[in-house]
Unconditional design. Sequence first.
Length: 337
Amino acid sequence: MRATFTDTQDALREAVRDLLSDHAGSAAVRAAAFDGNGFDADLWALLVSMGVTDLPGAIEQGIVAEEIGRVVAPVPYVEHQVATAALAAAEGDDLVGQMASGEVLAIYAPAQVVRMEDGNLHGRLAAVPHAAAATHLVVDADDGDQRVLAVVEADAVKRETLPTMDRTRPLADVVLDAVPAVLAVPGVVVAGAPAALTAATLYSHDLIGVGQTCLDLGVEHAKTREQFGKVIGTYQAVSHRLVDMYVALESARSHAYHAAWAVAAGEDVAELAASQAKATASRAAVVCAEGAIQVHGGIGFTWEHDLHLYLKRARSSAALAGATSHHLRRIADLIGV
């Protein structure tokens, strides 16, 4: 069997890449990350107007996430889609529609539980990505009898911005002090499963995009930079490193695309495929980012070169939705090792 993208999916990738090329260059990313708050609201509005928040499934969403990763765009696309998956599973249809249209920007804080009492939420959520940009927050709550998926308006909570290595994905602690829920749906366990699959799959695609740019930058530098009268790509120490980067990335890409297909199709292997994708993509992106810095030599370590943005993005995406060790343990459990 030969698996390929459809013409429509290829067109989506091209359209997103063109938009990001025009509006998410190095200067724009740095301005949002270092001069702003880590969220490019104008870019987000353009992406929403293109319709990327209202795509049919994980394959199309993965394409967008990969292109966003290629330029380390400071927008909460993955986080927003994870919240959408959680709400869709909990049948929060009204909010899902508003999220698709861009009217609502929601962020889900998984694996953290707050207390619900008389319809109000109490507690603290730690290090929530892009919480400062959200209009709504989706949280897991315990009302004393059962677990609930709750939604609160972000303006009603206290958000404490945290110092973070990856400025393209800012973090904030969220304090909920008797914050009323605008939606509370029993069945958070049901909602959490598709959200976790979506998170692992889309962060994998973000990581593939990061790794691809790092590989491209490394190859281009190796083809043009000369030392001792030869381009450095002719030296085995450089060429072998680039090959290792390529092999790691292509293996991860296969897992990421398989995971997107499995999640979209509702296949039984979806959970295994998502963990395989996240584990391999996390490793591959870091390998490619570190390798590209080494290939560039001294210039790769400078603030002026963009490679540090990619290494930081690789590290942050690798840590979210389960670190590599978590997914390796999950793979072992799923295959009965």
